[in-house]
Design a protein around this ligand. Structure first.
Ligand code: ASP
Length: 328
């Protein structure tokens, strides 16, 4: 029987409300032992162990916890202490933690994130079935070498492609562009594809657990965006700026000038988009070669930030950073 270790970090899946119909609740209140006990049949899927790694709302998640998680997962697999790992996580930033792990876990064994939109105490709580499905994938031999995944609401997403699309809907996670990796429902798992870009055992990035990652800011573009935000970021010592641009990664003219100055000051500028899907391509409305910008290709701004932080931690130059956005 496969050994699946659950690392619990909090979120709504561990949330507690004052009653089963109350809309307000505190994420990160229920301990991992209770979460495991709330799922019937888990023991038939795998030999399951649990660990309370953190207990937070995922809006409080940060790079230090990501680094610690990557380190812990790598140690578990290096020591052959688990065949698969499940990470329970708040849904707000699950896509970010997932993508960080997708780039920094060194094993091809499955790592599956899950969470829930309704707290553990809610009427029709979605957490127990999501946890059941996540454990079934983590226990599955065929889940190997598919990178880090998110199993939620019967769907299976690649951590690279998934994003949260609704503030409250149970069917909130989507994978625009590449689409679902598969489905997982009550032990019936179907895989539709493998991720094409580099991840986990093929990735050259490491988690740098002993070192803080460089600061990268995300600046949100809009009609009338002011260039002084760019200057403020540069004066705060950022090493990189990700633009959540309008359309194909665009910003108003004065912001282009401020970003060009930032590039001259040694800051790496990545043009991503605030639009929920579609690629950002080089040289469409802006001459990226002349301006010295990098384009995000398929990554959304929050994932672009993570890839850029890791590129900067690895001292990659601008051309190598652009290459990384086409490879990962
Ligand atoms: N704010 C919560 C969190 O991300 C929401 C959730 O888990 O669904 O921790």
């Amino acid at each position: 029987m496969a050994r699946v270790h659950i690392l619990a970090t909090g979120g709504t899946i561990a949330g507690r409300g004052s009653s089963d119909t109350s809309s307000s609740y505190r994420p990160g209140s229920v301990m991992i032992e209770q979460l495991i006990d709330s799922v019937p049949g888990l023991g038939a899927l795998a030999e399951v162990t649990g660990e309370q790694f953190a207990q937070m709302s995922s809006q409080d998640m940060d790079e230090v916890v990501w680094q610690g998680l990557a380190n812990r997962i790598n140690k578990l697999f290096d020591a052959d202490a688990a065949d698969g790992v499940v990470v329970t996580h708040g849904t707000d930033t699950a896509e970010e933690t997932g993508y960080f792990l997708h780039l920094t876990v060194t094993s091809d064994r499955p790592v599956v994130l899950t969470g829930s939109m309704r707290p553990a105490t809610s009427l029709s709580a979605d957490g127990p079935l999501n946890l059941y499905n996540a454990v079934s994938v983590a226990a599955d031999r065929d889940a190997r070498d598919r990178g880090v995944m998110l199993a939620i609401n019967d769907d299976l997403h690649s951590a690279r492609d998934v994003t949260k699309s609704s503030t409250t809907d149970v069917q909130t996670f989507i994978s625009p562009g590449p689409g679902l990796l598969g489905t997982a429902r009550l032990g019936r798992i179907r895989y539709f594809r493998r991720p094409k870009r580099l991840h986990t055992s093929q990735s050259s990035f490491s988690a740098f657990a002993q070192r803080r990652l460089p600061r990268v800011d995300i600046l949100y573009s809009h009609a009338g965006m002011q260039p002084d935000l760019v200057r403020a970021s540069v004066s705060l010592g950022v090493r990189g700026i990700v633009i959540a641009g309008v359309g194909n990664g665009n910003v108003p003219g004065p912001v282009v000038s401020a970003l060009t100055d930032a590039v001259k000051a040694g800051v790496i500028v990545v043009r991503a988009t605030r639009v929920g899907s579609g690629d950002v391509e080089r040289g469409v409305e802006l001459d990226d070669d002349a301006l010295g910008f990098v384009v995000a290709d398929q990554l959304n701004p929050q994932k672009s930030r993570i890839l850029l932080q890791l590129c900067l931690a690895h001292e990659l130059d601008r051309n190598a950073v652009q290459e990384a956005f086409f490879q990962y």
